[in-house]
Design a protein around this ligand. Sequence first.
Ligand code: ZN
Length: 364
Amino acid sequence: MSALTRLKQQWNTQDGGLNAGAFDAQWLEKTIDIVNELYDEMGSLGTEFKAAVQGVKATERFNPALKATWAAYFVAFLVSTGPVDQRTGFANRVEYKNGAIEDYIDFIGTRFHEFIHAIQHDKHPITHAVPINQKSVAILLPTDYIRLKVLMELDAYSKEAWLMSKFYDAFEDEIDEADLPWKVKIYRTIEAQDPTRSDALNMAMFAGTLLRHKQTTQNGEKAAYMDDYHTSALDQYLISIQNWQHRTEQAQEPEACMLTREDIIALGDTFGPNVFTAGRQDELVALFLEPPVLSAENKHKLGAVYEMFGIESEEDAQPEPLAKILSAKGMTMDAFMADSKSGIPAQLDENGDYIRPNTRKLQP
Ligand SMILES: [Zn+2]
């Protein structure tokens, strides 16, 4: 029996599936084994992805308690309010929300996406210069942090669509094209327009489409697809600052860091073709350099962050590139990454849930 047939059967067993609502660790482990076999059956790209997945050594689990907007998460860092020497650094964990993985296609796409995030965080130091990382000696200022979050998502969504499209090509006899997620259908439409176009350019065009995409919110309003990511970045910022205020034992406040063009290029290079340069480094796709367009609510949150920092604008904080900050401290990028990754594992709150910034409400 083929691996794909076995994977389809996983969603029909009593142990798993959306309707049964009984995902468990054993079921997940078996599913992952089958998906890893499928990567090899996909051909060289699948094998390359599998090696990258195994290289990052991220853990995977279902978290039924995950209070999340999205079906799955790459949990990079965790916030703890415990003693300073026990506070966590790098969590390096992919979490799937119980019952949120609708079907096997959904799971494959989700796993591509979340492991692109895991690879970004394994390879690129700028992904560690973030407010939620309590070990970082440098942190991006809010607007650049939002930009980084958006760029990480565009990289993950476009590589997810690209990998899913290649996955479909490898198994098209066994998969109904109509079952592909809408994002993959958009990607395949772009791909079909010009067969001579590079994968990188197809992905850049897809990322541009997603960046401009609007969706209807719970209030029935139209908002940018990336709006939720702006909100989550700002929420993380606000809770992180609140946590810093408890870090009285910390000798040094983190330094203000800026996102550079080189950082963006390096982010695109963490796996596969570079979506941000699309093979044309000199003319880095201008779209990805633009500052985020924030909703009124998020502009208000950004104002709250400035207020907590005691700044009027980000220039007031005089941010520097990460490389410059580290070299002034006599620290290499590798040492910075190694230090950040050596955090103590996740702390749990009194309900046994992870302490995550977006599970808390900002104090009025
Ligand atoms: Zn993502």
